[in-house]
Design a binder for this molecule. Sequence first.
Ligand code: MTE
Ligand code: MO
Length: 261
Amino acid sequence: MTKSGPEITRRKILTGALYGAALLGLSGCDKLFDRLQQSRRIGALLDSAESASRRFLRLLTGRRRLAQEFEEKDISRYFKPNGNPPPLENEYMADAKAGWPNWRLEIGGMVERPTRLTLEELKGVPARTQITRHDCVEGWSAIAKWKGVPLARIIARVIPAPAARYVVFHCMDRDDNGELYYESIDMRDARHPQTILAYEMNGVPLPVEHGAPLRLRVETQLGYKMAKYIRRIEFVADLKTIPRGKGGYWEDRGYEWYAGI
Ligand SMILES: Nc1nc2c(c(=O)[nH]1)N[C@H]1C(S)=C(S)[C@@H](COP(=O)(O)O)O[C@H]1N2
Ligand SMILES: [Mo]
């Protein structure tokens, strides 16, 4: 089977659904309430029209395939910062200004070797750079160049227990109600070669609005899976025990856990 066949079909389906969402006037709202309404309607749309086909295509092509990579010339001039506002507490901003001397990435849960890493230490791990397209469920896309540590390298270091099935990303930003953002992926996507913990965007340190100092890029899935402002990574056997039980901030509000593209 050629790679282009299913690829094109999949893109068409996604574009169709996003275009549908745009026609319904579902893009560009900022208020949380609007976003909740929006997520429900888009969720319903995706459920009915798209997810079944996507799941079927994924069965055909598998999840090991690589997401399309682009060239420098394709990089978007504007990349919309999206989601909850950055964690603007003094502690965060002071650390950002100073180049993250106090931030540590904590990696724990069901692992043999729990680890804490500084940003400098992360930058010392062999990195991967990729130019990829980000698709937000709200109906916009943007292409950027990302550099970061393949999550597979971190996994090799901490040695998850055989029973660990998911990787949870705990973030520093909160919504209007003070609830923290979080996300999760399974071990297969975690080991995918394009799944990276990115600290650089378009050749510069990851900007605050895009998730500084560290964000996830999981190129097999939609934008809401790509946790920004990561401070802790936890390996777990079950997602039910994590904050509200559905595996992510938006999943807890009705989005699908597997947001495959
Ligand atoms: N911590 C955190 N991560 C997040 C979000 C958020 O609100 N908080 N929003 C998600 C959504 S819906 C999208 S589309 C992308 C937006 O990334 P960007 O700000 O770089 O465009 O981040 C995702 N990751
Ligand atoms: Mo999004």
